[in-house]
Design a protein. Structure first.
Length: 85
């Protein structure tokens, strides 16, 4: 399974899914197809280091304190993405 987040409504596993659902898991093939079509982006936040997550947070205008832990950064970024959609 591969984690993605949708940037628009899209059919996933035969069902219409929405960005407001947050991160979803689907087959690698379907995830790649959705990403290629511009309907989704890969959610690889779990694989990033804290410094990398801070860069993502800054780029996506996510406000976090300087002492935020990895899990806090991931939650804040995902929440911002979900609310932005």
């Amino acid at each position: 399974m591969k984690k993605i987040y949708l940037v628009g409504a899209a059919p996933v596993d035969g069902k219409l899914r929405y960005p407001s659902e947050g991160v979803i898991e689907t087959s690698p093939r379907q995830a790649d197809d959705l990403i290629k079509a511009g309907l989704a982006r890969a959610d690889d936040l779990d694989t990033l280091k804290v410094d990398e997550l801070r860069v993502v947070a800054q780029a996506e205008a996510v406000s976090v304190g300087p002492a935020a832990l990895k899990d806090d950064l991931i939650v804040a970024i995902r929440a911002r993405r979900q609310n932005k959609a």
